[in-house]
Design a protein around this ligand. Structure first.
Ligand code: CS2
Length: 480
């Protein structure tokens, strides 16, 4: 079967770009061109190009692995987005990605592109762990004075330095990761780096560069054999970059773009002054519940989120969590939280989506603080029940043992897994000791929560049940 590399012969088989992709130059450099870039910003940009044109195609940049470049470059950046609505999948070819640069191999080309006037936005999906100020890649970048940066923040800072020196002017830095105040977080990383290499650069960045915060949402499962098979059957071509997503898509963006932006409204993006309440809503109601259902569901042997939702005990826990999370939120302009909650249940239960609990379970040490602990702190302040958040925390602690009740072991896939293993080895095996050791991972559980006896008691109680019994018993005990 021939490989997808042009739109020829595809008409009538999928939705095609309503513009000629090659007629548009690139304006966005995107760090981390994984599935989420392909199901989200690239789709909004595809709609914007169709509506308004402009030189806004996206050049992806892989910071480490060659996989995505090998998938997309031979296809001229084209790929199929397989939207999994219940029933038949809807196929769309996206034309907004121009290609992928592999940073470690093509450093000069990448720096030239980042420094070029046509680059007006640098966007990122590098996951939560990419923003750690203690990331060794950041230390290495600083150690060589940003001579050959490898971290996202290092690349951005070095590029801004080059642009300042050549008089090209700034670009917007656009984080599309699931962190509260994601714009402010990347801004702090970049400003700290700039301050250390050249305070005048830091000053210039503070005056000229914008870092809008965004709330991004689209559930994007890992591509699987069936994705490729469905595309091959429908389009008659092989697409190694095919990407799966749910039909739902949402983007709320602070409108602060120092060098222009595409007409993303064309795809339904919402531009607001303050993204904060939207971020909290999504992080606590969607992502927090995702984490709860991923750990609990995985331990109960459920492979996919839809299986969790088909299990009445777990569905009840999911509902409890979503409602408890909603109760911790400030008002969210224009959003009815009860309706948002109902939509979430339907999205999680979508029978056409094969979203693995194991995918969501990864990187728990990065995900729990914004999703669960911040919500728990707010619940504590408001005298609301802590049980849902304590249970979610205990489910992660049970999962962190790396072993299912039937003895099957699995990899944790967490950037702090060495520390987690060390903490577990230091505990005597009791729920109390394990909960204490894991809660003491530096910077993990906020002090106010960690030192709250009511919270600790609830975590230990739920963890004790997970460890002593069948996890089903731990779940049922919550529902009494
Ligand atoms: C998930 C997210 O990986 C995770 O932990 O909660 O990837 C989630 O699917 C997206 O944020 C949905 O927008």
């Amino acid at each position: 079967m021939t490989r997808l590399s042009s739109l020829e012969g595809l008409s009538g088989k999928a939705t095609l770009p309503a513009y000629t992709p090659q007629a548009h130059g690139t304006g966005i450099v995107h760090l981390g061109p994984g599935g989420f870039m392909r199901s989200h910003i690239a789709v909004y940009t595809d709609d914007a190009l169709a509506a308004q044109g402009g030189n806004w195609r996206i050049m992806g940049v892989s910071l480490r692995s060659a996989g995505v470049a090998e998938q997309l470059n031979p296809q001229d950046g084209l790929y199929t987005l397989v939207e999994r609505a219940p029933g038949n999948p809807v196929m769309r070819i996206v034309g907004s990605v121009a290609g992928v640069i592999l940073a470690p191999k093509e450093h000069e080309r990448l720096m030239a592109l980042l420094a070029a006037p046509e680059t007006r936005i640098v966007s990122l999906t590098i996951t939560e762990k990419g923003y750690g100020a203690d990331d060794p890649a950041i230390a290495a970048d600083l150690a060589d004075g940003l001579a050959r940066p490898a971290s996202a923040a290092g690349l951005i800072t070095a590029a801004l330095r080059a642009r300042r020196e050549s008089g090209v002017g700034p670009f917007t830095v656009l984080s599309c990761d699931n962190l509260p105040h994601n714009g402010a977080v990347i801004r702090t990383l970049v400003m700290d780096m700039a301050q250390r290499v050249d305070p005048a650069l830091a000053q210039w960045i503070a005056e000229t560069v914008t870092f809008p915060s965004t709330m991004v949402d689209r559930i994007t499962p890992v591509t699987r054999e069936e994705t490729f098979a469905d595309v091959a059957r429908t389009l008659g071509v092989e697409d190694k970059a095919a990407t799966e997503a749910e039909p739902f898509i949402q983007w709320v963006v602070e409108d602060a773009f120092c060098a222009g932006r595409p007409d993303w409204e064309a795809g339904g993006a919402l531009f607001v002054d303050d993204v904060g309440p939207f971020e909290l809503m999504k992080l606590r109601m969607l992502n927090g519940t995702h984490s709860l259902l991923a750990y609990t569901g995985f331990l109960l042997g459920h492979r996919y989120v839809r299986d969790v939702m088909a299990d009445p005990d777990l569905e009840a826990l999911v509902r409890r969590h979503v409602h408890a999370a909603a109760a911790t939120l400030p008002p969210v302009p224009g959003i009815d939280l009860a309706a948002y909650a109902e939509d979430l249940f339907a999205r999680f239960a979508n029978p056409a989506m094969a979203d693995e609990t194991y995918r969501i379970a990864m990187d728990g040490s990065q995900k729990l603080p914004p999703r669960i602990f911040q919500a728990a702190l707010m619940a504590m302040d408001r005298n609301q029940p802590l049980e849902p958040f304590a249970f979610a925390t205990a489910s992660w602690m049970a999962y962190a043992q790396g072993r299912k009740p039937d003895g099957e072991t699995y990899a944790l896939r967490d950037p702090r897994e060495t520390e987690i293993a060390r903490a577990l080895a230091s505990a005597d095996g009791s729920a109390e000791a394990i909960a204490a050791a894991l809660s003491e991972l530096p910077g993990f559980v906020p002090d106010e929560l960690r030192h709250n006896p009511a919270w600790f008691h609830l975590v230990v109680r739920a963890l004790g049940r997970f460890l002593a019994d069948d996890p089903r018993v731990a779940v049922k005990a919550e529902l009494i």
